[in-house]
Write a protein that binds this ligand. Structure first.
Ligand SMILES: [Mg+2]
Length: 263
């Protein structure tokens, strides 16, 4: 009788475990679907409102490939630019899409940037390596170690974010973490440069936070997707109409004025 009762208890526990796991998988799947819908809607709104503020789509500097970045990174910008930290995209920027390792042709350029922006002054913000909550990825069987593998392969921290670029929270959260870390010397977006291959994600994010945007036009493998072709046409159209990028501005001084001797 005792054996029967133990058997029954074990089977009941197994059954409740299965129901519990099924419930949480459905919960996270629904949450993921909602977030993706929300992010796509947000991205669509940002792109569709570009006619009202087209400067948001324009980069401040551009190079053809990541390896074309100059040795002195600040030489891309006007002399008054005071860049203290850098945010890098990963896919088709310094690595191939969906690969963690730096593409061989970009190793020197990435090392050069790491030397110029050491420690916490350099971040990777990638929709493939950094997006999704850890538990959502776990429940859906998505590679849990994307972030860790990218960090190990590059030696650069990957920012983990709930939403996808160009959702406003992504850029704002990275900027806040750079400002809160006093060792970076970042006071505002003016001190930050974003390097990426996409206009509707990387360049939009840079302009949202008042940072400098560097557009990698072709990346590791030139893409022929509809969105990329649309982005390139949009940039050509805006430039032919004389639209200029809006230059980031230094934050106003907040220190109190020195006491006057006039008394
Ligand atoms: Mg990219």
């Amino acid at each position: 009788m005792k054996g029967l009762s133990r058997n029954l208890t074990q089977r009941l526990l197994q059954y409740t475990d299965t129901v519990h796991n099924w419930f949480w998988t459905q919960h996270y799947a629904a949450r993921w679907a909602y977030l993706r819908f929300y992010d796509r809607r947000d991205a669509a709104v940002q792109v569709l409102t570009l006619p009202y503020s087209p400067w948001r789509a324009l980069p401040h500097a551009r190079v053809n490939r990541f390896c074309d970045l100059p040795r002195d990174f600040s030489s891309l910008f006007p002399k008054h630019a005071d860049i203290r930290a850098i945010i890098l995209d990963k896919d088709n920027c310094f690595a191939e899409t969906d690969k963690m390792q730096t593409h061989p042709e970009n190793i020197t350029a990435l090392e050069n940037l790491r030397r110029q922006f050491p420690g916490s002054r350099i971040f990777i913000v990638s929709n493939t390596a950094g997006a999704f909550l850890h538990e959502v990825r776990h429940a859906l069987g998505i590679n849990l170690r994307l972030k860790e593998e990218t960090e190990t392969a590059t030696g650069i921290r990957v920012h983990e974010h709930l939403h996808f670029k160009p959702h406003e929270s992504v850029g704002k959260n990275v900027l806040m973490s750079l400002i809160e870390d006093e060792s970076t010397g970042v006071k505002a977006g003016y001190n930050v440069a974003v390097v990426g291959d996409r206009i509707f994600t990387d360049v939009l994010m840079a302009n949202q936070i008042g940072a400098w945007a560097v557009w990698i036009e072709d990346g590791v493998k030139p893409s022929n997707s509809l969105l990329v072709r649309l982005e390139k046409r949009l940039i050509a159209l805006l430039e032919s109409r004389g639209v200029k990028p809006r230059l980031p501005v230094a934050p106003p001084r907040t220190e109190p004025l020195p006491p006057s001797d006039a008394w």
